[in-house]
Design a protein around this ligand. Structure first.
Ligand SMILES: N[C@@H](CCC(=O)N[C@@H](CS)C(=O)NCC(=O)O)C(=O)O
Length: 217
């Protein structure tokens, strides 16, 4: 008999959900995936996680993990063949992810939706966000990845947000003086596991066949 799968509620374009899916792929796990739409969240998801954000991981034993950083960490604690959870770099990784989530994301949202935040211009929002990009550029000056020569949880935790920033206006992003960051992002966009993370799934509905992520067919 096969053991029941862990179940991930996810949304393809959400950067938090992307980092959770990256964590699952780097951990070489597979989960049941329920793609959702933010406008029509399934009641089954809200019943286990009333705060209503994705990603949400429901473990086979019923435990619910409803923060993306915790989902990445949990996945890599199960299996971490590439050593993303490196003890030596983990305080730095935590600090960088916190800066991403608490500070960079704030400016990213305003840069992306500047028309909804008229207090500052879009260029000013972009420049506030660039403070974090400058920090990443400095880190990448001597290293291939953010915290050294190996991928760490910081790379997979931050990459989806830098991607979103770049995609607000690619021409502008690639004209900024961050060559190392641009190369790092490009490498991620071409990474086979990132391509797998972006697989499209139809929104889940009650009664659908179980969808397995990653889709290995
Ligand atoms: N702190 C949460 C944030 C997750 C989050 O905000 N996800 C967004 C989508 S990218 C969401 O679900 N928003 C709810 C909504 O828009 O209704 C985490 O890290 O998992």
């Amino acid at each position: 008999m096969t053991s029941p799968l862990h179940r991930l509620y996810s949304f393809r374009r959400c950067p938090y959900a992307m980092r959770a899916r990256l964590g699952i792929l780097f951990a070489e796990l597979s989960v049941e995936l329920r793609e959702i739409t933010l406008k029509n969240k399934p009641e089954q998801m809200l019943a286990i996680s009333p705060k209503g954000t994705v990603p949400v991981l429901q473990l086979a034993d019923g435990t619910v993990i409803e923060e993306s950083v915790e989902i990445m960490t949990w996945a890599l604690e199960q299996n971490d063949p590439q050593g993303l959870l490196d003890e030596k770099t983990s305080p730095q990784a935590d600090a960088l992810i916190a800066q991403n989530d608490n500070e960079f994301k704030h400016w990213l949202d305003r840069y992306k939706y500047a028309d909804r935040h008229v207090e500052m211009t879009q260029t000013e929002y972009r420049q506030r966000g660039e403070v974090f990009l400058q920090r990443l550029e400095e880190l990448l000056t001597n290293n291939t990845y953010l915290l050294g020569e190996r991928i760490t949880i910081a790379d997979i935790g931050i990459m989806p947000f830098v991607r979103q920033f770049a995609h607000v206006d690619r021409e502008v992003f690639y004209s900024l003086p961050y060559p190392k960051l641009q190369q790092w992002l490009q490498k991620w966009l071409d990474h086979p596991l990132f391509l797998q993370v972006m697989t499209k799934f139809k929104p889940w509905q009650e009664g659908d066949d179980v969808v397995i992520f990653p889709d290995t067919q």
